[in-house]
Write a protein that binds this ligand. Sequence first.
Ligand code: NI
Length: 165
Amino acid sequence: MAVYEIVKFPNPVLTTPAKPVTKVTSNLLKVLDNLFETMKFAGGIGLAGPQVNILRRVAVVDVEDGRGRLDMINPVILEGRDEEIGPDGCLSIPGLYGDTPRFKWIRVQMWDREGNVVEFVETDFRARCIQHEIDHLDGILFTSKAVRLYREEAREVATRNRKNL
Ligand code: NI
């Protein structure tokens, strides 16, 4: 596995929609593994292709809830319910956080690593993270959705256990 360089705001790749994956190849699986490695190395809980300059619809999530890693290929939100405002942060925009509206409940469709189309329901913080990553695939940053933005030192963030998506 390898650690990629994370693209930072305002690099235009972050606001460019990513292209769908047409086939799961060994190379794509390597990209997912490297995304995960990069996310862990950076201390994040989610990372999407465009954040490492790969404009493909792939993302990984691990919100450290004991349920482990979620690899997403071509993910879409089929349905969302119960919007709430909560904190978003982003490895591509270090030090900036935002109170951002997200669904508390989502139904997601995606391909798994075998290329099977799967559907599942997710809630709360993991659902927030998935929505944040899917937004990255559409070239959307949380700063365009947040109702309030604020800066915080990494030390304060660690104390409050906020994480970067
Ligand atoms: Ni992000």
